[in-house]
Design a protein around this ligand. Structure first.
Ligand SMILES: [Zn+2]
Length: 235
């Protein structure tokens, strides 16, 4: 795929809510709500990750569509983002690491189960939020396969997707992900200029508070965001 080719935008949020002056990328509830309003106003079709992957499997890259994902499963995903999404009528996907669920500041298993049964797609974010390039081969099964099984048994839903923490993965990790039965995997926007669409390394666009500016949000939603990035920093 050429850098100027269309790519359905998959938006990545981390915390939506109050800034806590930590390393977590945070979008305020006010800006998040505004973005949902703009998606509606601009007549975007917000697809679930399941719908997008079905289209990709058919060789399509749906236009004027976007996918909303959350990494890490912060408590605010349930408290702040989910009610706003429900009001807008938009589906979303939440990636969690079982080792973090239920800890202070994170969603609980009960909350995740409630969201899953209401149609939110839940995915794995490895067992311990591990940066996979640093994980030894004999630990990959736990991070990638056991994490899937634990979430499935906790929420009573099949887990079909995974997002690589910090976007990091290896060919070996991808092999385990495929063997585990995942249908697709998400990364960050790294390797954005490579050709082709790898269903086991779907690129996503990181959302920040700056995207409260409609023009930047529009660029990120355009499906040509990599072209904008390339113009900004050629090479
Ligand atoms: Zn993460």
């Amino acid at each position: 795929m050429r850098p100027w080719s269309y790519y359905t935008p998959i938006l990545t949020y981390h915390r939506v809510g109050t800034f806590q002056y930590d390393h977590v990328p945070t979008v305020s509830g006010r800006v998040f709500e505004r973005q949902l309003t703009l998606l509606t106003r601009w007549r975007y079709r917000v697809l679930s990750l399941t719908e997008l992957v079905e289209r990709l499997e058919q060789g399509q890259m749906p236009r004027r569509s976007a996918v909303i994902t959350f990494d890490d499963g912060y408590a605010e995903t349930y408290d702040v983002a989910w009610p706003l999404l429900k009001r807008a009528g938009f589906p979303s996907t939440v990636f969690v690491a079982p080792g973090e669920v239920g800890r202070p500041g994170f969603v609980s298993w009960d909350q995740l189960t409630e969201m899953a049964h209401d149609g939110t797609v839940i995915g794995s974010h490895t067992m311990h939020h591990s940066y996979l390039p640093h994980v030894k081969d004999d630990r990959l099964n736990e991070e990638l396969i056991a994490s899937k099984q634990v979430i499935e048994s906790r929420i009573g839903r099949a887990i079909n997707f995974i997002s690589y923490p910090i976007g990091g993965f290896t060919a070996q990790a991808q092999e385990v992900v495929k063997r585990a039965g995942y249908r697709a995997a998400c990364t960050t926007n790294r390797r954005a200029f490579e050709t082709g669409i790898d269903r086991f390394a779907l690129r996503r666009i990181k959302m920040t508070e700056r995207d409260g500016a409609a023009l930047l949000f529009y660029a990120k939603l355009s499906g040509y965001y990599n072209m904008f990035r390339r113009l900004k920093s050629p090479g």
